[in-house]
Design a protein around this ligand. Sequence first.
Ligand SMILES: Nc1ncnc2c1ncn2[C@@H]1O[C@H](COP(=O)(O)OP(=O)(O)OP(=O)(O)O)[C@@H](O)[C@H]1O
Ligand SMILES: [Mg+2]
Length: 371
Amino acid sequence: MARVEIRGLRKEFEGTVAVENLDLEVRDKEFVVLLGPSGCGKTTTLRCIAGLEEADGGEIYIGDRLVNDLDPKERNIAMVFQSYALYPHMTVYGNMAFPLENARLSEREIVDRVNRTAKLLQIEALLGRKPAQLSGGQRQRVALGRAIVREPTVFLMDEPLSNLDAQLRVVMRAELKKLQKDLGVTTIYVTHDQVEAMTMADRVALLNKGLLQQFDPPRIMYDRPANRFCASFIGSPPINLISCDVRDGGTLDAGDFRIPVPEHLSECVQRTSAQEVILGVRPQDLSVSAGAGTDADGVVLYRFPSSSVPAEIYTTEPLGDSTILDLKVGDKLLKALVGASFEGDAGTKVIVRFPPERVHLFDRSSGLVIR
Ligand SMILES: Nc1ncnc2c1ncn2[C@@H]1O[C@H](COP(=O)(O)OP(=O)(O)OP(=O)(O)O)[C@@H](O)[C@H]1O
Ligand SMILES: [Mg+2]
């Protein structure tokens, strides 16, 4: 069993706190992605687990063993880095056999394992080549192969796909996910790419400034962000965030528009007595329909559904399969994602509805979700 458990991990570099009080439990066979912006402590966390960096505080368990004082090679982990770090003078075969020779496996076992792994990764035809004779994607596979042959209990991967072009990344991302499930090896994978995290992970651990913000399956990260940072880091185009004041416990007043506090949140809003909030709504969740009737003074001429406000299209950004609308509501700009068949150009008057069940509220001072 290869559960990885981190309790209260802390790592500091000359006064810079890279990781602060991190708790993380990765289940056996699980694929966990460490996600976050540059400098948030992802690599440092991984290097502490690998034993390449000494933790300043906290405990790291691999399986049931406390590994803080174990050498990297005693931890039975294999690490794949962004730079593949292949040995340039060795063939693909030599690169893959090297860790096994170091571990003093028999010649027969080495040949067996290398061949089996090469077949799995479909690089059998490349075994005789040197790294310089390989494409980026092929080198990536060899680096993976070198990790897999060792049959470790845990894979640690630090942005292993980031040197590949966009198309190859998409292919490799699916392959790597499939491979991880087939091999059933507990994996901790670092990326700053939210799409990679969302598509590959069983659970995503989102870090910011060395602090864990949320640790949940992708769907929950998207649907139920724990705070304002999580809401804005995940999702594309990014979530709309609008400062609002709560009026009489029942209305969200954004200045340029007002909508009712969603019913399922009204009790929480009253309980927290937060008066200053941030309204969050994803572009995918806003619904846009044509034709708000307003007269020359901006007075709405007919009733429209509740939680809706009149808006004007500022620009459109067609993506082919869908279109991003930039909508002007008073002085505010909101993004909405609509179907490609949506008709309307800059200047068109529309009605924007905030579906109450898809509205998020965050406390403006703490950033924490209100729910
Ligand atoms: N060896 C080091 N010496 C000093 N500071 C370091 C060292 N390694 C990391 N840091 C600092 O620790 C913080 C976390 O760095 P880390 O490399 O873990 O970030 P990251 O999340 O992997 O970022 P990226 O996405 O850019 O790779 C940063 O502020 C970084 O400057
Ligand atoms: Mg890094």
